[in-house]
Design a protein around this ligand. Structure first.
Ligand code: FAD
Length: 659
């Protein structure tokens, strides 16, 4: 096309599924010049993924929409496994519950992917004018390696094309690769009102046009058949077999007692996974077939023999003697997927790949959307801060280091589960099956729920070489999330979880666990630290004025939060040094900057045991740098301002004096 226009952007995101939207959130929040495109004309409305794990919900809280998920979703904490008993009839084993249920304020919740996409889109809209450009496909790619070390250069060139209406209607665009999914169509009665608005107010321009876009960074979030991954010649490696699952979202009519409880049913007729959902829906997964790609080639014909009727008959056979039927089917598909992973998630720290684009696995561990969103969340803030000149480009290599390792664990987890699901052991093996499932759950639950991230040492994670101020067995581990605790706000006594206090606004946080500030010695330590922060111990020494500022309202890239352990009634907001109270010309005093770990009479979650949970001495305290994604970057004594500065100097770019 000779008439292709040319434009520049700092960050281009290809794909607006869960991973792409999460990355886009950071662009919007940090004021980055960015574009996000998707070939589909609309977001997802029904079907696809639906499971939300604990850590994902904590992330949502830090963004600000966790309450919407809580309001609409269905919480599942306990699981039941039904197996044939000694007389061959189905018996319930359970309920089984994770021993870690109290390690987060949130519990695993089920809600359709379309709602999650809507919530992220709303957050993006709240912070910027960034819009998903839909009905646009990325078609050609060029990368100039010679420019890779120049942070101001645009080494990436991508040609975008607006799709015609005919192309949009083709199954490969609208059905996400599943022709069956298209047939279910959009039924207004199944949609929530703001979804419906999005559907009728498609922003797509119907003119077919081409655009050449030059970008500094590219994030490929374009799903399991990733176009971006192919452009940078990164293969997918792994299993040569695919599993085909029949999936239906229905309103069941059944007398099976656990039809609204999470669990599995196994007998000689097969296995089903039952997932209770919002709006009376229940999702059923039925493993249907294993396809050996080596002998069958790419033959996907198997899938077309799968119909909702066939899935229903299988469920009926497995649930016998209980009855099963339905009248309403919200969505169904034959989902074909294999266990595969890309050997690397990045090229030259200029092109990044996230989500299904770099790891695929069966849907039964309920992690596809979670892992994908957490990939996008991980790369998003790093690229955003580098693109705005706030962070050191060296931090970008931590994306692959942190997320690739986790994707390998994901595949390992999936392989363990697969055995349980696909081998149909004879009925007498039923009890053994429950045991092996429980073992797998125990082995992987920290990983699966995101309670542990296993991020290794890097410019963003300074592993501890001494543990002063921390009690043996403490939970303040660099490379892990800041363990959530509910606290009281010193100024007004309101309570808040740290997941919300440590807001995802693009800033690093200096978290001062100030200890017992009613003690004279401890108070002196806090005052000395405050002198340093206020810049009274040397020009440009304070981390609050040392680094380049973020564009827009956020300002300096470090926020300070103080959490003390003295009784709430025995100290006052104004007892704290002024620099910690953070006065703002328009917002007044930073009442939300000083918190107290004390029990609250009207809120049982706020029990005053935070320091114990963190493993910190209640008298002496400790301080930490928490990354913009709430993972701990650095921990040190209140006097270790050198250690803190070393960490921040590695991550952030110093401000040019006089600017
Ligand atoms: P995706 O959600 O796949 O998003 C990728 C986006 O990129 C798409 O919107 C696509 O249109 C766009 N795109 C692709 N190529 C281009 C291009 N060249 N130019 C522009 N845009 C492009 N998970 C489960 O846990 N359970 C399920 O039952 C389940 N069923 C699924 C059924 C289907 C039909 C599909 C497609 C997925 C299903 N998933 C399921 C997987 C789950 O949806 C994904 O794990 C999750 O969406 C991954 O998010 P992502 O953002 O990485 O990729």
């Amino acid at each position: 096309d000779n008439h292709a226009s040319e434009s520049h952007t700092d960050v281009l995101i290809i794909g607006a599924g869960p991973s792409g939207l999460m990355a886009a959130y950071w662009m919007s929040r940090c004021g980055v010049r960015a574009r996000i495109i998707d070939k589909k004309p609309t977001k997802v409305f029904t079907g696809q993924a639906d499971g939300l794990r604990v850590r994902t919900l904590e992330i949502f809280d830090s963004i600000g929409f966790q309450h919407r998920v809580q309001h609409e979703g269905h919480v599942t904490v306990e699981a039941n496994f039904w197996v044939p008993g000694p007389d061959g009839n189905l018996i319930r084993q359970g309920p089984f519950c994770s021993s870690k249920v109290n390690e987060s304020p949130f519990h695993n919740t089920l809600l359709n992917q379309g709602r999650i996409e809507q919530f992220i889109l709303d957050s993006i809209k709240e912070h910027s004018g960034l819009k998903v450009e839909r009905g646009i496909i990325a078609e050609s790619f060029d990368y100039d390696e010679n420019l890779k070390d120049d942070p101001d250069a645009y080494p990436i060139t991508v040609k975008l094309r607006t799709l015609s209406d005919e192309e949009i209607k083709s199954p490969s665009v609208s059905g996400g690769g599943s022709p069956q999914a298209v047939q279910s169509g959009f039924d207004r009665s199944n949609l929530v009102s703001d979804d419906w608005e999005d559907l009728v107010q498609k922003s797509r321009s119907h003119q077919t046009k081409t655009e050449i876009i030059k970008a500094k960074y590219l994030i490929g979030c374009d799903g399991a058949h990733s176009w971006t991954r192919k452009q940078v010649d990164i293969p997918m490696v792994g299993s040569s077999t695919d599993h085909i699952w029949g999936v239906i979202d229905i309103i069941p009519i059944s007398n099976f007692p656990d039809i609204r409880r999470l669990g599995t049913v196994t007998n000689a007729a097969g296995m089903i996974l039952i997932i209770p959902r919002e709006r009376q829906l229940v999702r059923l997964y039925v493993p249907v077939q294993v396809v050996d790609k080596a002998t069958n080639g790419d033959a996907r014909f198997d899938r077309s023999s799968i119909t909702p009727e066939m899935i229903k008959e299988r469920v009926q056979a497995i649930l016998k003697p209980y009855t099963f039927d339905y009248k309403i089917c919200d969505w169904w598909t034959a989902y074909q997927i294999g266990q595969r992973i890309a050997p690397t998630f990045a090229k030259d720290d200029r092109v990044f790949l996230a989500g299904d684009a770099v790891h695929t696995h069966s849907p039964k561990v309920g992690l596809g959307m979670n892992m994908s969103m957490q990939d996008g969340f991980n790369i998003g803030w790093k690229v955003a801060l580098v693109a705005t000149g706030v962070a050191n480009p060296a931090i970008l290599s931590t994306y692959n280091a942190e997320r690739h390792h986790l994707a390998e664990m994901l595949l390992d987890f999936d392989r363990h589960w697969s055995g349980v699901f696909t081998e149909n052991k004879p009925p007498e093996g039923g009890l053994g099956k429950t045991e092996s499932m429980m073992k797998i759950v125990e082995l992987f639950e920290d990983f699966a729920d995101g309670l542990k991230a296993f991020y290794g040492a890097s410019p963003l994670v300074c592993k501890l070489d001494n543990e002063q101020g921390l009690i043996p067995g403490h939970h303040l581990v660099p490379g892990e999330r800041f363990p959530p605790v509910k606290l009281r706000k010193q100024a007004d006594g309101n309570t808040q979880w740290t997941t919300r206090i440590l807001e995802s606004d693009g800033r690093f946080r200096l978290v001062i666990l100030a200890g017992n500030v009613c003690d004279a010695t401890q108070k002196q330590r806090i005052e000395t630290l405050s002198h340093f922060l206020a810049g009274q111990l040397g020009e440009n020494a304070s981390p609050l004025s040392r680094y380049t500022v973020l564009p827009g309202r956020s300002g300096r890239p470090i926020d300070v939060v103080t959490i003390h352990s003295a009784p709430w009634k025995e100290t006052e907001f104004f007892d704290f040094p002024e620099i910690l109270r953070d006065f703002d010309d328009t917002m007044g005093w930073g009442y939300g900057k000083i918190w107290c770990d004390d029990a609250c009479i009207w809120d049982r979650d706020c029990d005053g045991k935070g320091y114990e949970r963190w493993g910190v001495d209640r008298m002496r305290g400790v301080m930490l740098i928490v990354r913009p994604d709430q993972y701990i970057g650095w921990v040190g004594e209140l006097e270790d301002t050198d250690g803190m500065t070393r960490y921040l100097d590695g991550a952030l770019i110093k401000a040019v004096p006089g600017k």
